[in-house]
Design a protein around this ligand. Structure first.
Ligand SMILES: CC(C)(COP(=O)(O)OP(=O)(O)OC[C@H]1O[C@@H](n2cnc3c(N)ncnc32)[C@H](O)[C@@H]1OP(=O)(O)O)[C@@H](O)C(=O)NCCC(=O)NCCS
Length: 178
């Protein structure tokens, strides 16, 4: 395994024509199909980076900012933004291209964390070296998301431990706090 890899050399792209089998009940592209493409591309990016088999550990919040239409070409761009010991966070940007006019819309961005496995156990991955300012910014923001995730997990576990001893009055007070 190489000791490190450069963040700016991790980009992977894929394009898929949005044919009618991708539609939802409203005739636009089904979000679940987009998420599957995201997961597959994240896998390609991480397995290539780590040189191992990887599994999806988490999807960060996904906002569908605009609908994607049948007939558009969906272009997905993935890059590794952060690595820990065995985990890698991939940033994926999604662009819908109207082929006749060439007009391109940025429809989504999301972050997927994958974990490298060897013999079924989390295994170390190469360190990520950020040479460009945008890669440094991506790394720092990913670190913030990771720390927020740890804090949420800690606060949730604490709450669930206390939950059985809380009466309804206390629960209602917590709800009213907003
Ligand atoms: C992901 C998985 C391998 C982590 O295993 P684990 O026993 O929790 O391993 P560890 O606690 O040693 O964590 C390993 C790494 O995963 C990260 N991780 C674990 N759970 C995570 C989560 N929910 N979100 C983000 N990162 C996570 C840890 O932070 C750690 O990162 P680091 O090595 O870079 O510091 C395990 O939970 C698993 O196999 N999950 C199912 C994966 C799967 O089947 N995906 C497809 C879903 S259909």
């Amino acid at each position: 395994m190489p000791e490190f890899k450069y963040a700016d050399e991790t980009e992977v792209r894929v394009s898929q024509l949005m044919t009618p089998e991708y539609t939802n009940f409203f005739g636009n592209v089904h979000g679940g199909d987009v998420l599957k493409m995201v997961d597959n591309l994240a896998y390609v990016c991480c397995a290539r980076y780590s040189g191992t088999v990887c599994v999806t550990a988490s999807f960060d919040r996904v906002d569908f900012l605009q609908p994607i239409h049948v007939g558009e070409l969906l272009n997905l761009v993935a890059r590794i933004g952060y690595v820990g010991r065995s985990s890698m966070e991939v940033e994926i940007d999604i662009f819908a291209e109207d082929l006749p006019t060439g007009k391109i819309r940025h429809t989504n961005s999301c972050h997927v964390t994958m974990v490298s496995l060897v013999d079924g156990k989390p295994a170390p991955v190469p360190k990520l070296v950020c040479r460009k300012r945008e890669d440094k910014a991506r790394f720092i923001q990913a670190k913030m998301r990771r720390e927020m995730g740890f804090k949420y997990g800690h606060d949730r576990d604490l709450f669930l431990k206390q939950f059985s001893e809380m009466d309804d009055e206390e629960l209602d007070r917590k709800i009213a706090e907003g």
